[in-house]
Design a protein around this ligand. Structure first.
Ligand code: SDX
Length: 430
C-alpha cells in the first residue's frame, strides 16, 4: 500500500506526517514527532479524535453500529459463545480449542476462592458502602495477598495465573460485597458450578434458603457479561492502560479501571437509568417532562442510557439487551412497568429532532438494568455486574499494552492558560 502522508503548514513551513491505515481502513495521522518537528502539540478535549494505541482486540464502527471481538460479530458471540470462552478470545486472540478451554476453565475453579484473611477486609466497610468502592479496594488489595506480580517482569505463566485470578475472584469479591450489604453469611464458590451459575449461587443461596439456578437466568446473565466484555478504548479501559503504562501491576491497574467505570457517565449509567425510570414512574410516567429537562441547556440533567461518544447509531448491544429483557421478563412471568416506560422513552427519543439531530440512541446501559432487576440483582450492584463483564477486556488491553516492545508511559501534554511569570509578594504586601 503506498505510504500516505498528511501535510501540515505551520509558520510558513510544510511538514509531512505519516498516515497509519488500520485493517478496517481506519486512518490516523501519526503525530508522534509533531512537537519535535514543529514545537506544536495538538488539543483534543476528551480524546474524541485521538488514538492512544494500535489495538487488535475490538473493532467498532459507531456510524454503522458494528462491534466485533477479535473479528467475531458481537451478535454471533452473544448467541453462541460462553463468557469464559469470550475471555479466552479477548485475552489470547483466538477462540480456544476444546483442550485449551478445558485447561482454562479448570484454572478458574482453582482460583475462585479468596485468601481467608481477605474476609476481614469486608468487615472494615460500613453496611451501606457502595459495592463499587469495595470492589476497587479489594481488587487492589489482591496484590498484597498474591504478591510476585511485578508487571514489568511478568512471565507468561505468571500473567496467565494473575489473569485467571482476577477473572475468577472478581465474582467472589462481588458476591461477598453483596452478602456484606444484606448481613448474610458469605457463600463460597463451588467447584462443580460453571462461571455464571457459581456467581449466582454465591449471590443468592443461603444456608437456610437454597437457591435454584434456572438455565434461563444463567443464560440471560451470560449474554449480558459477553456484551460488556470489551469496548476498545472507553474511559475505564483507557484508565487501565494508562495506569499499567507506569508498570503498575495488573490488580492495581484494574482497580483504577473499576473506579473510572463507577462514574454515571460511564458504567454507572445502568444504575442511573433505573433511578431515572423510577422518577418518571413517580411523575405519572410523564416522559415528556423528562425529555424537556434533558433538552434544556440550563439543566444539567441528561437522559441516562442515551447517547454515546462513539455510536452515532443504535448501540448493537442495546438491541440484543432489549430483546433479552423482553425474553427474560416473559420467561420469569414478570411484568415490570419500568420496561414499558423505557420503551416509551426510546420511542419518543427516536422521534424527537433534538436527539435525532445529535445521533443520540439507547446505549448498552439503557435496558440492562431491567434485566439485572428481573434476576434479583440489587441496583447498587448493576455497575459491579458491568465490571465483572468488562474484566476480560481490561486484562486483554493491559496485556496488549505490556506486550508492546515500543510501549511508553502515558503522559499527555497540555495548553497552559494560567498566569504568566509573577514574583512572590510577602503576605503584608498582597
Ligand atoms: C458507556 O465509551 C464507551 O464505549 C462506553 C461504554 C462501554 O462499553 O465502555 O459504551 C459504556 O459508558 C455508555 C454510556 C453510558 N452513559 C450514559 O448513558 C450517560 C448519558 N449519556 C451522556 O452523558 C453522553 O451521551 C455520553 C457521556 C455517553 C457521551 O457524551 P459525549 O460524547 O461527550 O457527547 P457530548 O456531551 O459531546 O454530547 C453531544 C450533544 C450535546 O449537546 P450540544 O452541545 O450539541 O447541544 O448531545 C447532547 C449534549 O448535551 N447529549 C445529550 C445526552 N448525551 C449527549 N443530551 C441529553 N441527554 C443525553 N443523554
Amino acid at each position: 500500500m503506498d505510504q500516505q502522508s498528511a501535510k501540515v503548514i505551520l509558520d510558513g513551513n510544510t511538514y509531512e506526517l505519516p498516515v497509519i491505515v488500520g485493517t478496517e481502513g481506519e486512518k490516523g495521522i501519526d503525530i508522534s514527532k509533531l512537537r519535535t518537528l514543529t514545537n506544536y502539540v495538538t488539543f483534543d478535549q476528551g480524546f474524541g479524535n485521538t488514538s492512544n494505541c494500535k489495538s487488535a482486540i475490538t473493532y467498532l464502527d459507531g456510524e454503522a453500529g458494528i462491534l466485533r471481538y477479535r473479528g467475531y460479530p458481537i451478535e454471533q458471540l452473544a448467541e453462541h459463545a460462553g463468557f469464559v470462552e469470550i475471555a479466552y478470545l479477548l485475552i489470547y486472540g483466538d477462540l480456544p480449542t476444546a483442550e485449551q478451554f478445558k485447561n482454562f476453565s479448570e484454572t478458574f475453579t482453582e482460583h475462585s476462592t479468596l485468601h481467608e484473611d481477605m474476609k476481614h477486609l469486608f468487615d472494615g466497610f460500613p453496611t451501606r458502602a457502595h459495592p463499587m468502592a469495595i470492589l476497587a479496594s479489594v481488587v487492589c488489595a489482591l496484590s498484597t495477598y498474591y504478591p510476585g506480580i511485578d508487571s514489568a517482569a511478568l512471565s507468561t505463566e505468571e500473567f496467565d495465573r494473575v489473569a485467571v485470578q482476577l477473572m475468577s475472584k472478581i465474582r467472589t469479591i462481588a458476591a461477598f460485597a453483596y452478602k456484606k450489604s444484606i448481613g448474610e453469611p458469605f457463600v463460597y464458590p463451588r467447584h462443580d458450578l460453571e462461571y455464571v451459575p457459581n456467581f449466582l449461587n454465591m449471590m443468592f443461596s443461603n444456608p437456610s434458603r437454597p437457591y435454584k439456578i434456572y438455565d434461563e437466568v444463567s443464560k440471560a446473565l451470560k449474554v449480558l457479561l459477553i456484551l460488556h466484555a470489551d469496548h476498545e478504548q472507553n474511559c475505564s479501559t483507557s484508565t487501565v492502560r494508562l495506569v499499567g503504562s507506569a508498570h503498575s501491576n495488573l490488580f492495581a491497574s484494574v482497580s483504577a479501571g473499576i473506579c473510572a467505570l463507577w462514574g454515571p457517565l460511564h458504567g454507572g449509567a445502568n444504575e442511573a437509568v433505573i433511578e431515572m425510570l423510577e422518577a418518571i414512574q413517580k411523575e405519572d410516567s410523564n416522559v415528556d417532562k423528562c425529555l424537556e429537562m434533558a433538552k434544556d441547556k440550563t439543566n444539567p440533567f441528561r437522559l441516562m442510557g442515551i447517547g454515546h461518544r462513539v455510536y452515532k447509531s443504535y448501540d448493537p448491544r442495546a438491541k440484543i439487551i432489549k430483546e433479552c429483557a423482553h425474553d427474560i421478563l416473559q420467561k420469569l412471568g414478570i411484568n415490570d412497568p419500568l420496561l414499558d416506560i423505557a420503551l416509551k422513552v426510546e420511542k419518543k427519543v427516536l422521534a424527537d429532532s433534538y436527539f435525532v439531530d445529535r445521533n443520540l440512541y439507547p446505549n448498552v446501559d439503557f435496558y440492562s438494568g431491567i434485566i439485572y432487576k428481573a434476576l434479583g440483582i440489587p441496583r447498587n450492584m448493576f455497575t459491579v455486574m458491568f465490571a465483572i463483564g468488562r474484566m476480560p477486556g481490561w486484562i486483554a488491553h493491559w496485556k496488549e499494552m505490556m506486550d508492546n516492545p515500543g510501549r511508553k508511559i502515558g503522559r499527555p501534554r497540555q495548553i497552559y492558560v494560567g498566569h504568566n511569570k509573577r514574583d512572590y509578594l510577602s503576605i503584608n504586601k498582597r
